[in-house]
Design a protein around this ligand. Structure first.
Ligand code: MN
Length: 255
């Protein structure tokens, strides 16, 4: 009896509640062009396969590296007006918030490619030149539209639905999913990636770039390094079915 139920639970595939489809979207990093293209592919998917309820779950790291961080936030805000959307916080988004709260800390962010984000908001390092980095931080706070500030402040650390748990970087093994620290959810790497055991749910994450989506029994990594490769990926989950939509494969098909 006991082994029978164990067998059943072992064979049971992770799934979402019926009637819900999730589009989980990996690290955008300033590539508004790819995000708009992916939204278009998702719209086409929704037209082809209607569903009672579709939810976008964005895995964070909207800013830095790529050239158009400001336009990425505009695109997400516009999307949230017509589609149900949950936006999670990435470590780069957290550094941006830290620079706003503590202008002297902006140096940490600049080392992580924050300069591209500042440029997208119309600032250059000349805005802090001849004075202190903290002046650049204050100039950024002044340049950031109120609705963008509200967006960054409203980012969530994780999202859980059915047998799936979504977070930017991953989770720390051995700690309940509802007791994870912000630091681990946004920054963790090898302690999470190397763990073979069960986390309680399948963790859908970005943060660590992979050439192709990394699908393991206990986690799915979907950061396909869009800013460098041109491949921005959405993982589509419906029931126990998993599909992928990405900007590079779609471009190949169109060529
Ligand atoms: Mn990251």
């Amino acid at each position: 009896m006991r082994s029978g139920s164990k067998l059943r639970s072992h064979q049971r595939q992770p799934r979402l509640p019926d009637g819900l489809r999730i589009y989980a979207i990996g690290d955008v990093h300033g590539r508004a062009d790819l995000l708009e293209r992916l939204f278009g592919l998702i719209d086409a998917d929704l037209a082809r396969r209607p569903t009672p309820r579709a939810l976008h779950v964005m895995l964070g790291d909207y800013v830095d590296r790529g050239p158009a961080s400001r336009a990425v936030i505009d695109a997400i805000l516009a999307r949230a007006k017509c589609r149900e959307l949950v936006a999670l916080k990435g470590n780069h988004d957290a550094l941006l918030l830290q620079a706003l709260d503590e202008p002297t800390s902006i140096g940490d962010w600049l080392l992580m490619h924050g300069v591209e984000t500042l440029a997208s908001y119309g600032l250059t390092s000349a805005d802090g030149a001849g004075s202190k980095l903290s002046d650049l931080g204050r100039a950024f706070a002044a340049a950031l539209p109120a609705e963008h500030l509200e967006f960054f402040r409203g980012l969530k650390l994780s999202f859980s639905c059915g047998d799936f748990f979504f977070a930017h970087a991953g989770v720390r093994p051995g700690i309940d999913l509802d007791r994870q620290s912000e630091k681990d959810l946004l920054w963790i790497r090898q302690d999470f990636l190397r763990h073979d055991g069960d986390f309680g749910k399948v963790i859908v994450h970005g943060h660590t770039p992979v050439r192709d989506v990394e699908r393991r029994r206990n986690r799915i990594g979907i950061d396909t390094a869009a800013y460098a490769t041109g491949k921005l990926t959405a993982l589509v989950i419906e029931g126990n079915d998993l599909r992928l939509i990405d900007t590079a494969t779609a471009a190949l098909r169109a060529a």
